[in-house]
Design a binder for this molecule. Structure first.
Ligand SMILES: C=CC1=C(C)c2cc3[nH]c(cc4nc(cc5[nH]c(cc1n2)c(C)c5CCC(=O)O)C(CCC(=O)O)=C4C)c(C)c3C=C
Ligand SMILES: [Fe+2]
Ligand SMILES: [Fe+2]
Length: 341
């Protein structure tokens, strides 16, 4: 005779609590500002077909033969200049955003964070949330502008993690919020407060977005259009506040040999200084958190370019990070998606 196994489903944490969670996700960052750690991180990042859309047979030899031999040392130097006591700025700020959002949402929702590449990984956090009894999870990629390389890549990783689960949670995902009134309003208020805190009046404000290969635009990726729309909505608001300010959109962080979205931030910094702009401020509205691309590329190398070409005053404004404006925006976006849960 078969004995019935001792199954008590109500003891399973998910059955017991039916909990709701929010998982904030950002890009990822090395575990340490060392060439070895950066190499591990870049190997994972740059092997993602969403990021480098070149057939593996052509890309693998370039990645392993050239890039992973040369770039880690250079990038580690950049990371070392911005590293903090809490680690990489991107990870430290994302953790702070999750902590504060937890405080805002209260005990009814569990808030955690993960990185698409490196640690803490999406699969590890998905498991931890399930183990804690959360069977409804809102995954929120912190990219205001959608792109295949960022937003879709988070979904790929999530899908891969789900394939390994017998019992999957119910999922929602945060839509891109490039034109959301809460986002544009938060940026306007935060940028205005920072501009007013400067000890000079900028003649030019650059809105610098992370670049993408131009080809992705022709293939139908909405990223470029999303950036342009954010810039138009935000630029219109700022133009009303500062009628004399010249506002321009640029694209930074070029990688590889292909043509990237233009104009390039670095080129515009040089052209502006050469054509007589002496005082310039730069904001990076596409980044939810300050990271090596804002703190090193814009704040250190960008300044060098601008000053070498004759610029005198230069300021890089902070991202929304875990400021009150940024957190109020995140709370609004997330609360909207959680309704009914
Ligand atoms: C905000 C959106 C981002 C898009 C779009 C994006 C596309 C993209 N990036 C690379 C290559 C690199 N990006 C790197 C750093 C980096 N990129 C983003 C965001 C976007 N990238 C962030 C937030 C960061 C910072 C990470 C941190 O640890 O602080 C890097 C690593 C740094 C370096 O070596 O320069 C690379 C490489 C490509 C190829 C791409 C689009 C196809
Ligand atoms: Fe990037
Ligand atoms: Fe960069």
């Amino acid at each position: 005779m078969m004995t019935s196994p001792d199954i008590r489903p109500v003891d399973h944490p998910a059955v017991a609590s039916g909990g709701v969670a929010v998982l904030l996700v950002n890009l990822g960052t090395p575990d340490a500002p060392t060439p070895d750690a950066v190499r591990r991180y870049l190997a994972e990042f740059l092997s993602d077909k969403r990021v480098v859309e070149v057939p593996a047979i052509a890309w693998k030899p370039i990645l392993h033969g050239i890039i992973l031999r040369t770039r880690p040392a250079k990038s580690a130097h950049a990371y070392a200049q911005v590293w903090t006591e809490e680690g990489s700025p991107l990870a430290a700020i994302t953790a702070a955003q999750a902590r504060k959002l937890q405080g805002m949402l209260g005990d009814g929702v569990r808030v955690d964070w993960a990185m698409r590449y490196g640690n803490p990984s999406i699969p590890s956090k998905l498991k931890a949330l399930m183990d804690a009894g959360c069977d409804r999870i809102l995954v929120a990629p912190l990219y205001p502008q959608y792109s295949g390389a960022t937003t879709a890549s988070v979904m790929d990783k999530l899908g891969a993690a789900l394939r390994d689960l017998r019992w999957q949670p119910a999922l929602r995902t945060l839509p891109p919020y490039f034109d959301d009134a809460a986002y544009i309003g938060a940026l306007e208020a935060d940028i205005a407060a920072q501009v007013e805190g400067l000890d000079f009046a900028p003649e030019v404000l650059l809105l610098s977005f992370h670049g993408m290969p131009e080809r992705t635009l022709h293939l139908g990726d909405p990223y470029h259009c999303h950036c342009r729309k954010t810039a138009r909505l935000l630029g219109d608001r700022l133009a009303q506040r500062y009628p004399g300010l010249r506002i321009e959109t640029t694209f930074q962080s070029r990688f590889g040999r292909a043509k990237w979205l233009e104009p390039a931030t670095e080129t515009v910094l040089e052209e502006q200084a050469k054509s007589g702009t002496r005082r310039l401020a730069i904001a990076a509205p596409g980044f939810s958190a300050d990271c090596v691309e804002t703190l090193e590329e814009l704040a250190i190398r960008g300044r060098e370019v601008f000053e070498a070409a004759g610029g005198e005053r230069y300021a890089v404004l902070s991202c929304l990070n875990d400021t009150r404006a940024g957190m109020t925006m995140l709370e609004a976006l997330v609360t909207r998606e959680l309704s009914g849960w």
